[in-house]
Design a protein around this ligand. Structure first.
Ligand code: GDP
Length: 361
């Protein structure tokens, strides 16, 4: 499955956040290089629709979609030159499908900042510079060979042009992602086999003080620093506390800081979206479940996520939108109200589709 790599300077709260993500008690130590081995945390994507479906179908259990977060060893200036844990860092990040940067905004004199001062803008620049330099190294390695190849094979020319355009963006100090050259897009297609780091989609977690959680002006300012990437604001220590509480106490704590949902819930949802994923829903007495598909997936592709036989033998999908199902109250009522659609092979799955597949075995 697709993974999101969590990166950031030392001491910004990565371990704390990751502990909250996994509810594992990995020691959050107050010194650089605290997180050396990459770990994976599998997080549920909260979806209130599943609770509602479980009610309607009297489901025994609820299975949400999940996002995998990989805790990647701390980056430092010089990582692109293999300094510190640089090489390992770059290898791990290359294997991730999206990059989640944790940025320190919280002020705490007891927690040392590697560069001596709390400055989200500078930290973002430090990390992005390492990623950009790593990409430039990759490009400088392949470009001479590509240019040579292009002199013999005409069809290599567009690729050389794409690599040169990428080089120009990087030399300006921009990530490729920020310029719309993102994995899966047409612009990035010719760069695919270079496995560049900055074509991965980015998202940013600002680890903020509690009073900043509701400071809209502050949040707008930070969001502007990272656009078009999404920005999420949370307090990692608060998230760790929330993860240890039962639901009722957690709600109370959230309300006391003026937040609507845990930051991790937002992170899981935004992360899922950043990976280019969406869900469709199935429901029955056994379980109500969200299944993960790529945005734009067709009905047979969606069926294939449940079982390859479902895709091979696909006949039709009976689709009821979640809203219609709730409004009518049952599948039978939805059918008689004409709200159940029979969709064929070309159908592109929509968010909130509640589906039952018809297939040959
Ligand atoms: P990492 O090196 O990025 O993994 O950072 P850690 O999670 O180990 O955190 C470094 C130190 O900062 C620890 O002492 C944490 O308790 C502390 N810390 C983490 N998040 C916060 C926060 O939101 N507020 C404050 N005041 N301290 C935090």
């Amino acid at each position: 499955s697709l993974t999101i790599g969590i990166v950031g300077l030392p001491n910004v709260g990565k371990s704390t956040l990751f502990n909250a993500l996994t509810k594992n008690d990995v020691l959050a130590a107050n010194y650089p290089f605290a997180t050396i081995e990459p770990n994976v945390g599998v997080v549920g994507v909260p979806d209130a629709r599943l609770t509602k479906l479980a009610e309607i179908f009297s489901s025994q259990r609820i299975l949400p979609a999940t996002v995998d977060f990989v805790d990647i060893a701390g980056i430092v200036r010089g990582a692109s030159e293999g300094e510190g844990l640089g090489n390992k860092f770059l290898a791990n990040i290359r294997e991730s499908d999206a990059i989640c940067q944790v940025i320190r905004a919280f002020k705490d004199e007891n927690v040392v900042h590697v560069d001596g001062k709390v400055s989200p803008k500078d930290d973002i620049e430090t990390i992005n510079t390492e990623l950009i330099l790593a990409d430039l190294q990759t490009i400088e390695k392949v470009l001479p060979r590509l240019a040579k190849e292009a002199r013999i094979k005409k069809d290599v020319a567009p690729k050389v042009a794409a690599v040169e355009a990428a080089k120009e963006i990087l030399e300006r100090g921009d990530t490729l992602f920020s310029q719309g050259v993102v994995q899966g897009s047409e612009k990035a297609e010719l760069l695919h086999d270079l496995h560049l780091l900055t074509t991965k989609p980015f998202l940013y977690v600002f680890n903020v003080d509690e009073d900043e959680l509701t400071d809209d002006a502050f949040k707008a300012e930070q969001s502007a620093l990272v656009a078009p990437a999404e920005a999420i604001f949370l307090n990692a220590k608060l998230e760790q506390d929330l993860a240890e509480l039962d639901e009722e106490d957690a709600m109370e704590l959230l309300q006391s800081v003026g937040a609507e949902e845990p930051g991790l819930a937002t992170l899981a949802r935004v992360g899922f979206d950043t990976l280019g994923l969406q869900t469709y829903l199935t429901a029955g007495p056994k379980e109500s479940r969200a299944w993960t598909i790529k945005k734009g997936a067709t009905a047979p592709e969606a069926a294939g996520v449940i079982h390859t036989d479902f895709q091979k033998g696909f006949i039709k999908a009976e689709v009821i939108s979640f809203a219609d199902l709730v409004a009518t109250g049952s599948v039978a009522e939805a059918r008689s109200a004409g709200k159940a659609r029979m969709e064929g092979k070309e159908y592109v799955m929509q968010d909130g589709d509640v589906v039952e597949f018809r297939f040959n075995v």
